[in-house]
Design a protein around this ligand. Sequence first.
Ligand SMILES: [Ca+2]
Ligand SMILES: [Ca+2]
Length: 221
Amino acid sequence: MNTNMPKYCFFLLCLAMLGACKGVPRETVVFKSDFEHGVPVNVVNGKIEQYNGTGVLGRYSDGGFNVQVKGMPPHDMIKITFDLYIHDTWDGNQSAPGGKDIWMMNVDGGSVIYATFANGGCTDCTQSYPDQQPVFFNNTFNFALNKLNSNAIKTDLPGACKLKDINGGTSMYRIQRTFHHTASTIELGCFGQLEDPDTANKNCNESWSVDNMRITAIENR
Ligand SMILES: [Ca+2]
Ligand SMILES: [Ca+2]
């Protein structure tokens, strides 16, 4: 038997432990809310509504909210996660007057998601999501033609207003984006840009809300 074997194994174990420690990113949650206790102080233009047994930030149709976080720890990356609910009858890529129905997410004024969504049983509607951005050619923004509810993780939820209590009236998407970011402040904005000729009932016909939002600062080490 090789008497050096125990020492050799100990040496390998130390190397493995060192390797495990080095390079592990440090994650700090800088904003987190399930919207069960009112509008968080970081949220501008926030409003809370009960939907399907839980508090959500919304509902909005046109317009939306901003989340502002200041004094963040040193970091290299930001991870944003939340649930996005698309409520009732969205027309996706349809032309005027029903569409397009666009939902967008901005970070520090730059566009991260600018996409159309369709929902609520629209038979010949397409949506651009999960494509994040339209392609600009022929002097216009061309949105991708994906199937209604593409990439939704739930499509059998009840509607919120026009399709209230009707299963399939709401679809839910899990939004998760990670990107390079080093500034000590961040401003996240979420907005709708919806077309509906029935302006008096727009917020009932097509709206959106979010839940379980978390912003994490990640420092690579
Ligand atoms: Ca909630
Ligand atoms: Ca519409």
